[in-house]
Ligand binder design. Structure first.
Ligand code: ATP
Ligand code: BTN
Length: 263
């Protein structure tokens, strides 16, 4: 029996339950891979796959996402948009705003964003990764489908990771209840994605910046096979590009193949 109980989730979703078609699995390779297969067979916008275990959970650029059933929430949401993928620039940043809103609605404090796709928690030792967002787009003549994969630590993960990790339990007075957390995230995302379909990222830019963990900080941009680029995080642009103040002027950095690190 999966840890997510569908009738209870429906109750938590309240009036928005009708916008989602949720399937809860004990295990799968990756909720995003499973949802992409379902999308290819015509699954509607609002389809959600949530799984207790992933055998091949993935992050950006071929990295792995590690999770255990008790300490995490791993799910993917399908959202269909009209038009081409270029209209969806900044979607992963927009989803980050939705996640922060949802976690704050549950009482969490100290939740911050890291460009382009991480949710961090402020801890006594600095920032630690609380959640990751993976957006995968594909387009055809009818429009663009986005598979929005979210991995959220309910408790700090036990295994060895490249960078510090945190759990939502550290940001709340009481242990987070997974149905309440998933419902809060889906509710916020439905409202945010409706707005994003019309206005894009521009209307969310200042909210994103006000949550950026490294706004005004000295950083390095690391790309495969390129020398690191140094600069200061100035802002983000309407399309989600990071505006970096460098000795050579203001550079626009696109998220594709680069990682942001504190200098
Ligand atoms: P960037 O996004 O800046 O390129 P990143 O290190 O955050 O860098 P991502 O691809 O976004 O990389 O995320 C994958 C990384 O997340 C993995 O390399 C791993 O270090 C880390 N990771 C995997 N599972 C977890 C988890 N449950 N909690 C926190 N971090 C994790
Ligand atoms: C990242 O930080 O690079 C993104 C991590 C995204 C992990 C989630 S877990 C649910 C969904 N299924 C996956 O295989 N990945 C995403």
């Amino acid at each position: 029996m999966p840890l997510i109980d569908l009738p209870l989730l429906k109750e938590r979703l309240g009036p928005l339950a009708g916008r989602f078609d949720v399937d809860a699995l004990d295990d799968c390779d990756s909720t995003s891979s499973e949802l992409m297969r379902r999308a290819d067979r015509g699954a509607p916008s609002g389809t959600v796959v949530v799984a207790d275990r992933q055998s091949a959970g993935r992050g950006r650029r071929g990295r792995s996402w590690l999770s255990t059933p008790e300490s995490s929430l791993t799910f993917s949401l399908l959202w269909r948009f009209g038009g081409s993928a270029t209209r969806l620039a900044g979607l992963s940043l927009a989803v980050g705003v939705g996640l922060v809103r949802a976690l704050e609605s549950l009482g969490a404090r100290g939740v911050r964003l890291k460009w382009p796709n991480d949710v961090l928690l402020e801890t006594a030792a600095g920032h630690a990764k609380l959640a990751g967002i993976l957006i995968e787009l594909s387009s055809d003549r009818r429009g663009t489908q986005a598979v929005i994969g979210i991995g959220l630590n309910l408790a700090p993960p036990a295994g060895e990771l490249d960078a510090p990790a945190a759990g939502l339990s550290q940001a709340l007075a009481a242990a987070p209840e997974r149905h309440a957390v998933l419902a809060a995230v889906l509710r916020e995302l439905a409202a945010l994605l409706d707005g994003f379909a019309v206005d894009g990222f521009a209307g969310l830019k200042s909210e994103w910046q006000s949550r950026h963990a490294w706004q005004g900080a000295a950083v390095q941009i690391l790309g495969d096979g390129e020398a690191p680029r140094a600069g200061t995080c100035l802002a983000v642009d309407d399309d989600g590009a990071l505006l970096l103040d460098t000795p050579a002027g203001i550079e626009r950095v696109f998220s594709g193949d680069v990682s942001l690190r504190r200098a």
